[in-house]
Each structure stands twice: as C-alpha cells, then as structure tokens.
Design a binder for this molecule. Structure first.
Ligand SMILES: [Zn+2]
Length: 238
C-alpha cells in the first residue's frame, strides 16, 4: 500500500492493482471506492495513516460496484453504519439486481495476455472471501458530502459515476479513465482493456467528457494519479 497526497485534502491509496481515495476535510473523511475484499485491512489502516480514526468516516462514494471497488464496504457498514452513495443506476448494480462484470470465462482468457497469469493470480487472491459481495444499503443522493459533484459516466457499467471536487480541481474518474493496469503495456491516460467494459463505445464517450471537466488532477481507479492534460488523453486513448 502506498499513500500519495495529491491536494490539500485528497489522499490516493494504491492497494492490490486498484486505488481508493480519502478526502479529509479536517473533521471527517469521505472514502472514494474501497479496494478488493482482501484490501479491507489496508483500507482501514489507510484512514489511520492519514491521522484519522475509523469513526471519522462520514460517507463512502462508489464509482461503481465491481469487486475491486467495494471490498471494504461491507465491513465499514457493519462497523459504522456509514452511508454509501453512488449513481442512481449504479445503486441497482450495487444491490446486484444485475451484474455487469468480467465473467469467469473472460478471466481465464486473459491468462494468455502479457502479464495475464500474474494478474489473474493476484485477482483471485484479492477477491477471496468476497466474491458474492454486494452493497444492499447503497443509495443515490443529490447532494454529496464536502461539495463533491457526481458525474454520470456510463459505459464501464451502466451506472458508472465519476466525482469532481471542484474546490481543489480533483477528478475521481474510477474506471471510466485510467492511467495504467497490469494488463496494459503503458502508462498515462487510457481506457482499460475492452474486456472490462460493459459498453466500450459509451466508455470512450464518457472518458472524453471527463477531460472537459474543470480539473487539473486525475485520480483514476487504476494507475497513478496524474495531472489531467487533454492532449495526453486524445493522443493515447483508443
Ligand atoms: Zn476497477
């Protein structure tokens, strides 16, 4: 686990091939995404490492309800009854009214990709014990804590939602726009490999829309946080 402070109040934590972020406003902490199930102890520890108690968590914002983003949520809800917000459509996904996620067959086929075997092994370890996780308490809210604005960004999942912290110019793009992945050979703004997206064309539209947001720091679901430079994005995303 590594923790990078990217603005006055935003900390980005790298767990098992996935990021979560902490927005610390001095009194409370908002968690943006929550790692894999096996990352749960790291999520809890990251809150302490930025100087907060677990009880300081006031809300969890989910970009989407894939297993690598909801991991610590069941534990946090159990411990603290913390509210969990996501987009209106993603609420249905979080409750598992339907599932838009890489299938076991697709996972097996990634074994032949460069870096695939290692990534599959890490992923299987990371989902252990949480493969059937869901977030029955997820809700949509018109106003989010700390002045965060929700940005519907469908494609990766139908209800995928990015978040903007306008006061600090920080964009949390989730899996609509990333800067790296173990199955990618390069770093910098890009889309995840096609197998991960429910609808690739809509993901691309959403990613392009994100680059027009008034932000200068990109906090992706996967890869390193980076300065958001539109030219970098249009040159490299395909
Ligand atoms: Zn992800």
């Amino acid at each position: 686990m590594t923790i990078d402070q990217v603005s006055d109040s935003v900390y980005v934590v790298a767990g098992t091939n996935v990021n979560w972020a902490l927005i610390s406003d001095g009194t409370g902490v908002t968690l943006v995404d929550a790692g894999y199930p096996a990352d749960t102890p790291l999520v809890l520890d990251s809150i302490r490492q930025i100087g907060h108690e677990l009880a300081d968590i006031t809300a969890v914002l989910l970009t989407h309800a894939h297993l690598d983003h909801i991991g610590a949520v069941p534990r946090l809800v159990d411990l603290l009854n913390v509210p969990v917000y996501t987009g209106a459509e993603e609420v249905r996904h979080a409750k598992r009214e339907y599932l838009q996620q890489i299938t076991p067959g697709q996972l097996v086929r990634t074994l032949v990709a460069p870096g695939g075997a290692r990534w599959v092994a890490q992923t299987l370890r990371a989902v252990r014990g949480g493969i059937g996780a869901s977030v029955p308490t997820a809700t949509a809210a018109s106003t989010l804590p700390g002045g965060v604005v929700a940005l519907p960004t469908p494609g990766h999942t139908d209800g995928h939602t990015a978040y903007l912290l306008p006061a600090e110019g920080v964009l949390f793009s989730g899996d609509a726009l990333v800067t790296g992945h173990p199955l990618s050979r390069r770093t910098g703004p890009q889309l995840l490999p096609p197998v991960f997206h429910h609808d690739l064309a809509r993901t691309l539209d959403s990613a392009r829309a994100l680059t027009r947001q008034p932000a200068h720091t990109l906090v992706p679901g996967h890869g390193r946080p980076t300065r958001l430079v539109l030219a970098d994005f249009t040159d490299t995303v395909r």
